[in-house]
Design a protein around this ligand. Structure first.
Ligand code: MG
Length: 202
């Protein structure tokens, strides 16, 4: 099973000066935007991580397009349906309160780990589609996530990656195992990760 659940498809931010290159950030959901509750299927369990709303607002203010890419193997394992994932996403959007469709696309990868991967991270397909559809240069698109697989996705797509130590796992250890610890920085919060991305020269 595999698929891409796109909840919204807003047009790219239209208000950028012509001289500024378009930039995008792909955010992991669990452990990056919201507190990681394994196999979360109940919207009542959605809790934003501290400072996330402000960090995403700062990115938007800087004209950065925002996306979400989330592995949800609970669907492929038959634990819950895409409707439950969708309900949790809606609750997340409600809590974020960043207006209509703050994320231009939300990609849900429902595959179980042993099923053939379509969008499941570290497959780079979603990143490749974003580069194709939005015309990002590789240095202007980055993944932010709390797992090795988030940054492995970035590595396989040849784009930027920024780690956040806000999940359940030891991200520096995971990156070391993947040989990516010298490639991608890890920050203590999403605010710092977004700040790092915004400081990168255009
Ligand atoms: Mg995560």
């Amino acid at each position: 099973m595999g698929g891409n659940l796109t909840m919204s498809a807003a047009a790219p931010t239209a208000s950028l000066p012509a001289t500024q290159p378009r930039r995008g950030l792909v955010l992991d959901r669990d452990g990056t935007i919201i507190v990681h509750v394994p196999y979360l299927s109940d919207p009542a369990g959605v809790v934003l991580l501290p400072g996330v709303r402000e960090a995403l607002q700062a990115a938007r203010d800087a004209g950065v397009d925002l996306f979400v890419h989330s592995n949800q193997s609970g669907v492929g394992r038959g634990m819950f349906g895409l409707d439950a994932v969708d309900a949790c996403n809606r609750r997340m959007l409600e809590l974020l309160d960043l207006g209509e469709a703050p994320f231009a696309r939300i990609c849900i990868a429902p595959e179980a780990p042993k099923a053939p991967a379509v969008y499941r991270k570290p497959e780079p397909r979603f990143a490749q589609e974003l580069m194709r559809d939005y015309g990002y240069a590789p240095q202007h698109l980055a993944y932010i996530g709390d797992r090795g697989s988030d940054l492995e996705t970035a590595a396989r797509a040849g784009i930027g990656g920024i780690g956040v130590a806000t999940g359940l796992d030891d991200l520096p250890a995971e990156l070391a195992e993947l040989g990516l610890d010298k490639t991608f920085p890890v920050f203590a919060s999403l605010s710092e990760a977004v700040e790092h991305f915004l400081k990168t020269p255009l």
